[in-house]
Design a protein around this ligand. Structure first.
Ligand code: CA
Length: 231
């Protein structure tokens, strides 16, 4: 299943397979892109390779604990404001306080109702990515409307192919962020399709041309050895 690059990304770190899969299924059904990790170390490498918009983190994990992951995230400037929802089987108030003290944004006690957890994920997302609510992304004079599939620059409609549209959506989701070719392949073409990384360069070239077709500077940035960004 290929998902829109606009789909908000949730990383789920939970060691109990049944719980993790049930939650992943429900999040995907709600339109989220979900990455699953079954222990602390896998969670940390997912955080590094494909940073999510929201992290759902189990407290008790094999290897690096949820508490320790949260502490590390808060110590780094680039992940300091990443929304973290802690899950825990512990229900005592002291643990709740401790969870919030080490920097979790929310705390849910097991067993929880899936609907409630989904609502909390959405609440965190509204805080960090309000743009996904209306499905309209804006950068400088460029406006991308995901519902109508239209892109305008200074109010003028641009002609973009479907791949260029998804590529632009992925880049505009986080202006300034540099995406590697591999990350763009995952987000735009999907993880299961074999496409050469040079294909990314070809489509970035087409996107550049389309964005400048009616005038204006090149908004895309090529970062040597790293990848591409908008802004
Ligand atoms: Ca656990």
């Amino acid at each position: 299943m290929s998902q829109s690059p606009l789909a908000p990304h949730v990383l789920l770190v939970e060691d109990e397979p049944a719980q993790r899969e049930m939650l992943a299924y429900n999040l995907q059904a709600e339109g989220f892109r979900v990455t699953q990790a079954s222990d602390g170390d896998e969670g940390l490498s997912c955080l590094r390779d494909d940073p999510p918009d929201v992290l759902v983190l189990d407290w008790m994990l094999p290897g690096v604990s949820g508490i320790e992951i949260c502490r590390r995230l808060r110590a780094r400037p680039e992940t300091r404001s990443l929304p973290v929802i802690m899950l825990s089987a512990r229900s005592e108030e002291v643990d709740r306080v401790r969870g919030l003290e080490i920097g979790a944004d929310d705390y849910v006690t097991k067993p929880y109702a899936v609907a409630e957890l989904l609502a909390r994920v959405r609440a965190q997302l509204r805080r960090v990515r309000p743009s996904t609510v209306g499905q309209v992304l804006e950068y400088a004079d460029i406006v991308l409307d995901a519902e109508t599939h239209r892109v305008t620059r200074s109010g003028q409609l641009l002609k973009l192919g479907p791949t260029e549209f998804r590529l632009l959506a992925a880049l505009m989701e986080k202006p300034g962020r540099v995406w590697s070719r591999e990350q763009l392949l995952d987000r735009v073409w999907g993880r299961d399709i074999f496409v050469d990384t040079r294909t990314v360069d070809v489509h970035v070239g087409r996107l550049r041309k389309a964005l400048m077709a009616l005038g204006g500077d090149d908004p895309l940035r090529t970062v040597r050895g790293a990848g591409y960004a908008i802004g």
